[in-house]
Design a protein. Structure first.
Length: 279
């Protein structure tokens, strides 16, 4: 029988160190939001991220991971996750998800944002803005469940309940890819599903650091991986969106390590106040 991977519980000092990696990821996201525009290639977006990593003295935890060839993942429109930066040109109205990571002193940061490139067909852009907004809200509801719930399964339940309550067109929840633990490695136990499961999952405990990352689709959630063995796309060609934050649970509450404000603005609508760990 295969042994179950143990969860890595972090001390307060270790969480503070992970926060430094998380802030580098936040800086990458700020640079991408500010500088990415129509006419650029996804490889040029990758270069922006690399510049931020190098300025911070950090390394990408994506580059070389099982042979992955870039510092970040850039997933456009029908690409759900793991889009390899290259010569694909970004056009007005494109929906782009940037999944970014950083390693600082051996500790890992990991988070994703999505944005719609300004311009293009107004109806298409509005539909993509809606999908992005709903995916981001699903993420924050999942994060809030870390403060109000008791088990890992409460995260997926919060996300699932929100999505199924939406009016048509109702997004699909991608079930083949889930959130995860993180710390001294990028992907660690436990898995964090974005949907209801029969199991309640592991009990939420102080010292856990988890990535909450729902992926929603405008159509069916069925997906396939392209010939490059990385790029995951919707089978029906519908749009997809990905948002992610890295969150620590500690004795006094939760702290969103990849949000500059610690998650204060995102969690406020759900009555949750994040608790940063002081120096």
């Amino acid at each position: 029988m295969a042994r179950r991977e143990k969860i890595e519980y972090k001390t307060a000092d270790q969480i503070r160190k992970i926060r430094q990696a998380g802030l580098v990821v936040a800086d990458i996201h700020t640079a991408l939001r500010t500088r990415v525009k129509a006419g650029m290639t996804t490889a040029e977006a990758d270069t922006i991220a690399l510049e931020v990593l190098q300025a911070a003295g950090a390394k990408s935890n994506f580059f070389g991971y099982y042979g992955y060839p870039g510092p970040i993942c850039t997933s456009v429109n029908e690409v759900i996750v793991h889009g390899i930066p290259g010569d694909r040109v970004l056009h007005p109205g494109d929906l782009v998800s940037f999944d970014c990571g950083a390693v600082v002193d051996g500790w890992h940061g990991d988070a994703a944002i999505s944005m719609v490139i300004p311009g293009g067909d107004s109806e298409v852009s509005a539909s993509r803005e809606r999908l992005s907004a709903l995916t981001e809200e699903a993420m924050w509801r999942g994060i809030a469940a870390l403060a109000t719930g008791s088990h890992i399964g409460d995260v997926g339940r919060a996300i699932d309940d929100f999505v199924v309550s939406l009016p048509d067109p109702q997004p699909g929840i991608v079930e083949d890819y889930v959130g995860h633990g993180i710390g001294s490695k990028m992907h660690m136990a436990p898995d964090v599903p974005n949907y209801r499961t029969r199991s309640r999952g592991e009990k939420l405990k102080a010292g856990m650091v988890l990535c909450i990352e729902p992926m929603l689709t405008a159509g069916d959630q069925a997906n396939k991986t392209l010939a490059d063995d990385w790029t995951v796309v919707t089978q029906d060609g519908s749009d997809a969106c990905h948002w992610e934050h890295e969150v620590a649970i500690h004795a006094a509450g939760i702290w969103v390590l990849t949000a500059p404000d610690g998650g204060e603005a995102g969690l406020a609508p759900y009555g949750v106040t994040p608790v940063p760990l002081g120096d």
